[in-house]
Design a protein around this ligand. Structure first.
Ligand code: ADP
Length: 495
């Protein structure tokens, strides 16, 4: 799924989920509206009808009294109309789910309607006694009965209405709770979707960012965590990243190979030059004058510097072209230190510098390192120490055990390095402003190579120096380095 469709799907899902509670609330509102309408059409109309019926019965009561007093046809006709009106209202009650009451009232009204013609007759004939007796025995009880039925119907209607209103109130409360819970759930789901959606984008982006930074720092071994089968834009970006890293690696290798070939080619003419200079020195081409000898000395010193530089260039480029490959093997640590002690003992005597190799207790007998490379590193550090230490000074190689490794220090009481330049001395071709104190010219490559070799062994190299007091280089190496081809390119490549 592409990034865009993923975003659209996610947002649509969130919208749908958030609309859910709204739909529930709207549905409940519609139900409420229908109930209110039904209430208005049925209960309200029924209560209105019962009110009219009560009024009608009262009118009938008054009409009958008027007939008994007035005893004329006007009163009779009026009462007759009231009887029919009450009978009609009584019939209508059956439409409002009050059938029992309608039947009861119907019975009373029928009694009234049946007794009414006789009562008219007695009243109009002036037979007050019989008319009064009809009224007392038939008319009034029937009216009272009808009245009491109306009251009961009203009570039932009121109870029914109260019940329905309570039911509605409960439904509204339930709806409010359901909508609230649905809203909270919807928010939680929407937040989860938003979180997953954001994470699925930010994770690979930050992975890519780390990768870019690692590559910018020279680490071409950085591997992205983005799955290879990811088909969206980020997957394509990851593929481009991998391709970029691959090409950079290839370019790096090509560059190192080129330098390697070039420096190799330079070696032959330099050796020829040095050879002829030596022949000149030996007087093969005749004796040299004093001036010629001075020029010859300068030439031979420069040629030697050039030769050393080319050798170191060849070293560093071969190491890089090989991807920093090491050939670790078991080394007797004591033998390695003994060799170094012997090799630099002569130099120490020549330079009148006090030299010691100090072995601290607890050192491992065997270490697994690339012997030639480590010799190169220690040789370089010791050469530098002797180079910058004046007569009467001291150079010490102190070796002590550390957790799963060995820590070695090369200390000297030499010229020291200006503090602001210490962080740069591991850069290729960098030389500090202390060359005046050096006994020989250098190339600025030795420490860069040393750092590469130490880091390829999985170790670290540090430098502490005080101008005019001395310098200490520290190397920590794991006891056992596994054969590997990955090279941490901690040194910026200027070659
Ligand atoms: P170089 O061939 O110049 O010695 P390196 O890479 O070995 O090259 O050293 C880089 C620079 O670091 C040297 O030129 C020097 O300025 C400084 N340096 C290295 N070791 C020492 C030391 N023991 N004392 C003082 N300066 C040192």
């Amino acid at each position: 799924m592409t990034l865009r469709s993923r975003l659209v799907t996610g947002l649509v899902l969130i919208a749908i989920i958030l609309v859910g509670p709204l739909v529930i609330a709207i549905q409940s509102l519609y139900r409420l509206r229908d109930d209110v309408r039904a209430f208005r059409d049925k209960e309200f109309a029924a209560s209105l009808l019962l009110g009219q019926l009560r009024e009608g019965l009262n009118d009938l009561r008054r009409g009958e009294l008027a007939l008994l007093f007035a005893r004329d046809t006007v009163s009779r006709n009026a009462m007759d109309r009231q009887v029919s009106s009450v009978a009609e209202l009584g019939d209508s009650l059956s439409h409002f789910q009050l059938p029992d009451y309608a039947k009861d009232i119907g019975v009373s009204i029928r009694q009234i309607a049946e007794a009414a013609p006789e009562e008219y007759r007695f009243a109009l004939a002036g037979d007050t006694t019989r008319a009064d007796s009809m009224s007392l025995n038939v008319f009034v009880p029937a009216l009272n009965h009808a009245d009491s039925v109306v009251h009961r119907a009203e009570r039932e209607l009121r109870a029914r209405t109260t019940q329905r209103v309570a039911g509605q109130a409960a439904t509204i409360a339930t709806t409010a709770t359901v909508s609230g819970v649905a809203l909270v759930l919807a928010l939680l789901i929407a937040m989860t979707i938003a979180f997953l959606l954001t994470r699925s984008i930010t994770r690979p982006v930050s992975d890519l960012e780390h990768g870019m930074r690692a590559v910018a720092d020279g680490d071409l071994d950085y591997r992205l965590n983005i799955p290879a089968d990811r088909s969206d834009e980020l997957g394509q970006l990851a593929m481009s990243f991998e391709e970029m890293v691959r090409q950079l690696g290839e370019l790096d290798k090509l560059k190192a190979e080129f330098v390697s070939v070039a420096s190799h080619e330079l070696k032959t003419p330099i050796n020829v030059m040095i050879g002829y200079l030596q022949l000149l020195e030996e007087g093969i081409y005749g004796p040299l004058t004093r001036e010629q000898r001075e020029v010859h000395n300068t030439l031979i010193a420069q040629a030697n510097t050039l030769s050393r530089l080319v050798k170191q260039l060849l070293d560093v480029s071969r190491f890089e072209a090989g991807g920093g490959r090491l050939e670790p093997r078991a080394i007797a640590l004591d033998d390695l230190l003994g060799e170094l002690e012997r090799a630099f003992h002569v130099l120490a005597l020549q330079r009148e510098v006090h030299f010691t190799v100090q072995r601290k207790p607890g050192l491992p007998d065997q270490v697994f390192w690339d012997l030639d490379r480590i010799n190169e590193v220690l040789g370089n550090l010791l050469s530098n120490a002797f180079k910058f230490t004046p007569h009467g000074g001291s150079v010490d190689l102190v070796v002590e055990p550390v957790d799963n490794g060995v820590h070695m220090q090369v200390r000297d009481t030499g010229a020291g390095i200006p503090p602001e330049q210490v962080p740069r001395i591991f850069d290729k071709f960098y030389q500090a402003d202390n060359q005046k104190s050096a006994r020989a010219a250098g190339s600025g490559l030795g420490l860069a190579i040393a750092k590469q070799i130490v880091e390829a062994h999985g170790g670290t190299i540090t430098c502490e120096s005080t101008l005019g007091v001395g310098t200490t280089f520290g190397i920590t190496l794991p006891t056992r380095v596994t054969r590997r081809s990955s090279m941490q390119r901690a040194v910026p490549a200027h070659v």
